[in-house]
Write a protein that binds this ligand. Structure first.
Ligand code: TXA
Ligand code: MG
Length: 339
């Protein structure tokens, strides 16, 4: 069921649901989440069941502000504090050492916890409303409520960027706060802060260059470390996949391919910055924006709509090899890897 996330009564109803152990669909600026009380292990188990996600894959815990961090994290290195100061609320998740016994199920039993403070107004309102009465910032207390929320898709599938996508993934029984289309469109940047220097586990709208500039540290990748990185399903090779097969091609091969296929082609989609011509009227051609943020914002919705139109094969034009395209390239390569 969709509720208008801008209405106070919708927020109140969703907060009641969360506080009594239920699940809701929650808009954030990145993608929609499937949310539950992070410290209620039974509610968190229901997230894993609804998503079909292995229960040892840790979830991100969302907080209303950095004030809640010491409740969940046992220590915060100075570079992590600098990142919070610079980018929260915003599309950045920090992995920090966890207090024992806090959010056991949400963290998949790992000694660390992923924390994020989203800046979507509906997510902010929900997080504040979930805090115990008398304990909100307005009332002089601190909002220490945490909401565990993985992306609201079934395991391995595309993350939802509208309330309707969540409904299509998880059904109409779920209470979903409708907060419109997500403005970022791809999942948050994840920085592991438990290894002495920032380690980029998942690229996102906050770039590695920004993290380096803010912290004054070189940003490492998991492959730069000797020890095994913690399990992160967003880092499995085949993830974020549409049902259609995805192939990445340069613009010349793409046009040559379309010419070869001629007028009979059907059930095909093309997503390209270059102008493409096809003799078939049945091929769905979508123009990719020239700008990486605009592409990120629409990427999952474009792939999802091609799936819905019965497309079986999607050809995507390769991306410019510049750092600003890293996050979009990551998602497209993962979509292609699952073929
Ligand atoms: O933008 C986002 O981050 C969205 C919205 C809803 O906030 N959430 C999201 O959650 O993408 P999810 O569960 O689909 O992806 C979370 C990623 C997973 O790859 C998970 O393994 C990793 O974060 N993660 C969470 N806690 C972790 C931890 N303690 N150590 C390592 N990775 C962790
Ligand atoms: Mg996900």
């Amino acid at each position: 069921m969709l509720l208008d996330g801008n209405l106070p009564e919708s927020i109140a109803q969703a907060a009641r649901t969360i506080r009594s152990g239920g699940l809701i669909g929650l808009p954030t600026e990145t993608v929609y989440g499937l949310a539950a009380n992070a410290t209620d292990d039974t509610a968190v188990d229901a997230i894993f069941t609804a998503k079909g996600r292995p229960s040892d894959h840790p979830l991100i815990v969302h907080v209303a502000s950095a004030v809640a961090v010491p409740h969940f994290a046992s220590s915060v290195p100075p570079f992590a504090q600098a990142l919070m100061d610079a980018y929260w609320p915003g599309p950045l998740t920090l992995i920090l050492p966890r207090h024992a016994h806090v959010a056991q199920a949400a963290t998949g039993g790992q000694p660390s916890i992923g924390l994020r403070c989203p800046n979507h107004p509906v997510a902010q309102a929900l997080l504040v409303a979930c805090a115990a009465p008398g304990n909100t910032p307005e009332q002089g207390g601190s909002a220490v409520f945490g909401v565990a929320a993985p992306s609201a898709n079934r395991f391995g599938r595309l993350s939802p960027t509208t309330a309707q996508h969540v409904q299509a993934e998880l059904g109409n029984q779920l209470l979903i706060l409708d907060g419109g289309s997500c403005t970022v469109g791809i999942e948050s940047t994840i920085i592991d802060c438990t290894r002495g220097v920032p380690v980029l586990l998942r690229p996102g709208a906050i770039t590695a260059e920004q993290v380096a500039a803010t912290t004054g540290c070189k940003v490492l990748k998991p492959q730069d470390l000797d020890s095994a990185a913690p399990k992160a399903s967003g880092t499995l090779e085949a993830h974020y996949a549409p049902a259609a097969k995805v192939r990445i091609m340069d613009s010349k091969s793409l046009q040559t391919g379309l010419n070869l296929i001629g007028s009979d082609a059907a059930n095909m989609g093309v997503y390209a910055r270059s102008v493409m011509r096809s003799a078939s009227s049945k091929i769905i051609i979508r123009r990719m924006p020239d700008d990486p943020s605009a592409t990120a914002q629409q990427l999952f919705a474009v792939l999802r709509s091609m799936d819905e139109q019965g497309v079986r094969l999607i050809w995507i034009e390769d991306l410019p090899y510049t750092a600003e395209w890293d996050a979009v390239r990551d998602r497209i390569e993962r979509a292609a890897a699952s073929a």
